[in-house]
Design a protein. Sequence first.
Length: 184
Amino acid sequence: MAFDRETLASVAARIIVESELTDWALARRKAAAELGLPAHGAPLPSDDEIIAEIKTHHALFGGAEWTEQLRAQREFALEAMVELNRFNPVLVGPVAEGWAHAGSEIRIELKPENPKEVEYALIELGVEFEPTLAKDGTVLLEVTDGDWPMRIVVRERGRPSDPRFRVRLSGAQLQQLLRENTIE
């Protein structure tokens, strides 16, 4: 069973990276189908297991092309963070953690005094975006005119950050990574 789970994680990671998928449940089902395992009842891998396999995939097959792609995503994130600096932006997710693929969104979290201020700032900058609400009421602003998929998460002050994202980079920390040319 452990072997099936590990193999499923590896195949799901390959599918995610090669297809630039963001729907990991779909990747798990496709991996199970590819391995001839039942979609239900198969020992499905956790997100952490898949992330570990994505990192392995990048290490084995990514090369300079993947390193350049991650750098470009981080540079784009830094540009946005500089423009939104007054809201104390923090980069989270796969781009911050160093395992992003070309379809991974750049995810920036903000905690402004007034959430509408962020929308006004984006309008002033000429940035096209689509606002939505998450189930918990958090405002999500999906930037629709950038080089890479980007989601700006506007959290109310006092509301805890998303615990799924362990790596949280300030603009200064991201600049340092880029200066040092560090992947992680």
